[in-house]
Design a protein around this ligand. Structure first.
Ligand SMILES: [Zn+2]
Length: 617
């Protein structure tokens, strides 16, 4: 059976000069400053306050009032910093060819460096005051008590800070701590000799990572995908011992730091900052491993739908159907508020305000920054950069960034500045929940079975890529780090074996395996740049899946209670550690059922996809 029918690729909307795009599709940065003279004045004000802050050195231990003055001045600097930075940065992203604005942006970065030097005295000086003393001040001074969580967390972090001599010694090491990731970057990009490849149709092309991804996502000829996969993996196989040596340096460095700071393991060290128990990662990995059946079912379904005799990793991203419906921005503007009905009328109302407030830069123009983001400009409002091109991906990107913007809006409205920013551990909860709600809305209205298939594949691929793959990566990182912690050797063979075994543990008999997949680990940038980071995508996904269940099922009173809990989470910003914040929202990441929520979500989506494909015939 095959459900794919090639059609012409959809034409992107015409690229217009920025001046020709109507104002209602552009963000209005005068909400931050009326113009550059006002920005200049704020910049100078910021310089003055940074100098004033430096002058407070030596005053903290005098009294509650002195400490409060320093905390408040830091807040004022922070608030001004948001405006000064984002005015220049957002303006630059409108057209990155503008050197004058780029220079102003860099001017702010230089000021940031000065600010961090001018405030380096604060933490050691505060921590030299006994915690009991500071707590007594907070008990008697309500304004200072606002900073309780921030201050107590600094003391908590202090547990693993060494004495002056030890810290000085470690600081010497920090200069070569980035050597493995720098070498990885050089080897995998600057020094990379990309091969050329000749596909079944078209000219010979250079196989960059972008091209490789594009072939896997669009080329309907399996032999072409296989050729691209082999050629791309050969690039890493050629230098696999070098990659293994670099990755071993990352592992050894992490273990060195964990031991030097007296952590039980590298995982303990990595999770201490956000006060996450290691059981969260262990539970995530163990529960996901028992929930791989829906993943395998999806790949078996894909194999049948694509009509291939053998199904490989390079067959996992090609669309099941071609469907080129356009989703004009102004039409989606009506759908988006409707899609969040489950979150209540107040949330809907606020979301409409975001949409009509000239906060969103919608369309692409020459020189504009690519991609999409939500920028939390404290004291003003969130701004959103899009490159909206009428595709389904663009619609979901809008829903995603809207989740971030609503989080910012509610957090900034309800938290003092010091807690307005939220951690990455919580950040992707509202964005993925916003996408899930939008998917439900679209699925309810899709009448064309092909559109249903495209929507379902979009959602499923999101779960596969953001959840299953990231958990598998976290598992890989944990196993590799544990080798080093146990004093075991780390070679290209052992790393390849860990990766290959994981691939098989996840996909079972639903996939045909290629020896080349043994080196896939060598390419993953996060392994070198930010160890133990990617699991957070998966925990956010699990949190949002469980919230989605609570928000959309069960009796009315329960749903109302879960809306209130969810909105409280958004309003809480960074006022506590992520685990208690999520627990109050009804999500406990140390429990298997939270992770099971994603497995159940995938299971339901695959069942829907099966019937959508059956309906096509
Ligand atoms: Zn996001």
């Amino acid at each position: 059976m095959t459900v794919s029918a090639p059609t012409d690729a959809p034409a992107a909307p015409l690229l217009r000069d920025r001046a020709d795009i109507p104002a209602r599709f552009k963000w209005n940065l005068t909400h931050i400053f009326a113009g550059w003279p006002e920005w200049e004045a704020a910049y100078r004000e910021l310089e003055t306050r940074i100098a004033a802050y430096a002058a407070l050195q030596g005053t903290l231990s005098r009294s509650a009032v002195d400490l409060l003055a320093a905390m408040r001045l830091a807040d004022e600097i922070g608030q001004l910093t948001y405006k000064v930075w984002y005015y220049a940065s957002l303006m630059y992203d409108e057209d990155q060819r503008d050197n004058t604005i780029n220079a102003k942006r860099q001017q702010v970065q230089i000021l940031f460096a000065k600010a961090s030097q001018a405030s380096a005295w604060f933490n050691p000086e505060l921590l030299s005051i006994p915690l009991g003393q500071v707590q007594a001040w907070m008990s008697s001074n309500a304004e200072l008590a606002v900073y309780r969580f921030a201050i107590e967390d600094l003391y908590r972090q202090q547990e693993h800070v060494l004495d002056d001599k030890g810290e000085r010694l470690l600081s010497f090491g920090s200069r070569f701590a980035s050597a493995p990731v720098d070498a990885y970057a050089a080897l995998s990009t600057a020094d990379m000799k990309h091969p050329t490849i000749k596909l079944s149709a078209g000219p010979e092309i250079a196989l960059t990572y972008g091209q490789y991804r594009a072939i896997l996502a669009t080329n309907r000829n399996q032999a072409d995908r296989a050729a691209a996969f082999e050629a791309y993996h050969r690039l890493f196989a050629t230098n696999v011992n070098t990659y293994a040596s670099l990755y071993n340096s990352v592992l050894q460095r992490d273990w060195f730091h964990a031991q030097a700071r007296d952590y039980a393991s590298t995982l303990d060290a990595a999770l201490h900052g956000n006060d996450i128990p290691t059981t969260v990662v262990e539970n995530l990995i163990a529960t996901t491993k028992t929930g791989v059946e829906p993943l395998r079912r999806y790949h078996r379904l894909r194999k049948r739908a694509l009509g291939v005799d053998h199904y490989h990793t390079y067959d996992a991203t090609i669309p099941l159907v071609e469907y080129d419906r356009k989703y004009p921005y102004e039409q989606v503007l009506d759908w988006l508020p409707a899609s969040v009905a489950a979150l209540g009328v107040d949330y809907q109302h606020r979301l409409r305000e975001v949409l009509v407030g000239d906060w969103i830069d919608v369309y692409e123009n020459p020189g504009k920054r690519s991609g999409a983001y939500s920028a939390p400009v404290y004291g003003v409002h969130p701004y959103m950069l899009l490159n909206y091109n009428d595709t389904l991906d663009a619609v979901f990107t809008l829903a995603h960034e809207m989740g971030h913007s609503m989080h910012t809006l509610l957090s900034n409205a309800h938290q003092p500045f010091v807690y307005s920013a939220y951690t990455i551990f919580v950040a992707e909860v509202p964005s993925t929940l916003s996408e899930a709600l939008f998917l439900d809305y679209m699925l309810e209205r899709a009448t064309d079975p092909r559109e249903r298939i495209v929507l379902l594949q979009h959602a499923i691929d999101g779960i596969v890529g953001t959840f299953y793959t990231q958990v598998m990566f976290a598992d890989y990182e944990l196993q590799a780090h544990r080798l080093v912690e146990a004093g075991q050797p780390v070679t290209a063979d052992t790393l390849g074996e860990i990766y290959f075994n994981l691939l098989k543990a996840y996909h079972g008999d639903a996939m045909d395996y290629d020896e080349a997949s043994r080196v896939t680990w060598a390419r993953i940038p996060h392994f070198y740049s930010t160890p133990y980071y990617v699991y957070q995508y998966a925990t956010c996904f699990a949190s949002s899946a469980q919230l989605m269940q609570q928000l959309t099922s069960g009796p009315e009173a329960d749903r109302q209670a879960s809306i209130d809990r969810y909105l409280t989470l958004l309003k809480s910003g960074g006022s506590d550690h992520p685990m208690p914040l999520l627990q109050r929202a009804g999500v406990d990441l140390s429990k298997p059922e939270t992770v099971r929520a994603v497995v159940d979500q995938l299971d339901a989506l695959v069942t829907k996809l099966e019937s959508a494909i059956a309906n096509l015939n």
